[in-house]
Design a binder for this molecule. Structure first.
Ligand code: PLP
Length: 427
């Protein structure tokens, strides 16, 4: 069939061989399916393991074995200042200054710590504006923070939903709510890239609208960091947090990250939960009773660093630094549009109703496409899985696929297109 010509394997391999940014697939362990690489489209859920991970981990284990407690100072990467390894890489990834970022804890933990500082309901201004159907952990975090302050989540959460029969959240609707009810809203808190639909919200536009209404604005970047280019400092975002096991390939449960805009980092009047790793590093071991803030995003850091999982985070971030987020983004645009064309071709050929609910405008999405396979049930997902596709399935019939530019290839996508074609063939 002519429409499948672009998806012939030889053609796809040629695209891989001549692309401006070759996939770094050989730097990763790719799960195997019947002796061949699986089509791994779940880097949005758990990124692949960098091949250097076990060596990076061994370095720390050996330093611990050799030096014991002295490893805090004697290790190849001294543990006492280990978190500083991430400052430059994270700042570049999220478009921040070094004093605005810190690697610490886990994502939901960081969201709570930042909400302690940035959700301060007062007087009439008690509400949080968020996206409808946010990731459950974020919903629980927001609702429990509201209850912690004596509020009622049923009253104090305002959700923006896609318009009727649509899947895309319109930024204009967010602005309209802020114009109408802005004086009730303390905080606007959203996913930068929506985990379910893959929509990339216009973060600077939302931040500006929040500020114009007198509210603060924060983002959960779990699906944005390492996926789309970010400029948190320039966009004036107040705070953000993210995890590093999705697009950042740092391993299950890996250390998360946080951003606090520089206009807030020195504000000691702001409520904050504190610990000794947020204390002035020069005086940390003087064991003084009074907290003296680091005066940077590190002021939110409470505990000494989890070295073993950070060892992997460090090499994973190095891969982003050397590939460059701009190059990755342009590769990502090529891969995702190729996948989209493939899905369209299959739908047409098989007269199947395969609806991509991710925005069709590439500027409003990252690499992920979310597909609703109308008229198909879980057996479709099973057929894909049996053929070696690792994607993710959300009831009743949504398939999320993330071709990630770091290691996915045009060949992965071409193979997927042929698998999808036979799995949706009319009987
Ligand atoms: C993946 C994800 C989480 C997971 O939270 P953890 O604290 O890392 O378990 C939370 N929120 C969003 C939006 C996510 O995509």
């Amino acid at each position: 069939m002519e429409i499948f010509a672009p998806f012939e394997l030889a053609r796809a391999r040629q695209l891989d061989a001549t692309d401006a940014l070759p996939a770094r697939r050989d730097d990763f362990h790719v799960p195997q399916h019947h002796g061949a690489d699986a089509v791994y489209f779940t880097g949005n859920s758990l990124g692949l393991q960098p091949r250097d991970a076990s060596e990076a981990l061994s370095t720390e284990l050996n330093d611990w074995a050799q030096h014991g407690v002295e490893g805090h100072y004697m290790a190849q990467h001294p543990w006492v200042s280990y978190h500083e390894r991430f400052t430059d890489g994270l700042a570049k990834l999220v478009g921040a200054k070094g004093n605005e970022v810190v690697a610490m804890n886990a994502l939901t933990v960081n969201l709570h710590l930042l909400l302690v500082s940035f959700y301060r309901p007062a007087g009439k201004r008690t509400k949080i504006l968020c996206e409808a159907k946010a990731f459950p952990s974020d919903q629980y975090a927001l609702a429990s923070q509201i209850r912690f302050h004596g509020g009622d989540p049923n009253v104090d959460i305002i959700e923006v939903a896609p318009r009727k029969d649509g899947h895309v959240i319109e930024e204009g609707d967010i602005e309209a709510i802020l114009l109408e009810r802005g004086d009730e809203i303390a905080l606007v808190m959203m996913g930068g890239v929506q985990y379910f639909t893959g929509q990339w919200l216009d973060m600077p536009r939302i931040t500006a609208a929040a500020h114009a209404a007198g509210a603060l604005c924060g983002f959960d970047l779990a699906h944005a960091v390492g996926n789309v280019p970010l400029a948190l400092n320039a966009w004036n975002v107040d705070f953000a947090c993210w995890c590093s096991y999705k697009y950042l390939n740092s391993g299950p449960g890996a250390v998360a990250g946080a951003f606090v805009h520089e206009r807030h980092v020195g504000d000691d009047a702001m409520p904050r939960l504190e610990g000794w790793w947020g204390h002035n590093a020069q005086r940390r071991f003087l064991m003084e009773p009074e907290f003296e803030s680091m005066g940077t995003a590190e002021a939110w850091q409470m505990s000494n660093a989890p070295i073993f999982n950070m060892a992997i985070h460090a090499i994973a971030l190095d891969q982003f630094s050397s590939a460059g987020m701009n190059g990755l983004r342009s590769k990502s645009l090529r891969l995702t549009s190729y996948l989209e064309q493939g899905i369209t071709a299959v739908a047409k050929h098989n007269k199947a109703q395969l609806e991509v609910i991710t925005p069709s405008d590439p500027a409003r999405r990252g690499c992920q496409l979310s597909l609703v396979a109308h008229g198909f049930g879980r057996e479709l997902f099973q057929a894909l899985t049996n053929a070696g596709v690792v994607a993710d399935w959300r009831e009743p019939n949504v398939i999320r696929m993330a071709p990630v530019p770091m290691y996915n290839t045009f060949e992965d996508i071409a193979r997927f297109v042929h698998i999808l074609k036979s799995a949706t063939q009319p009987h």
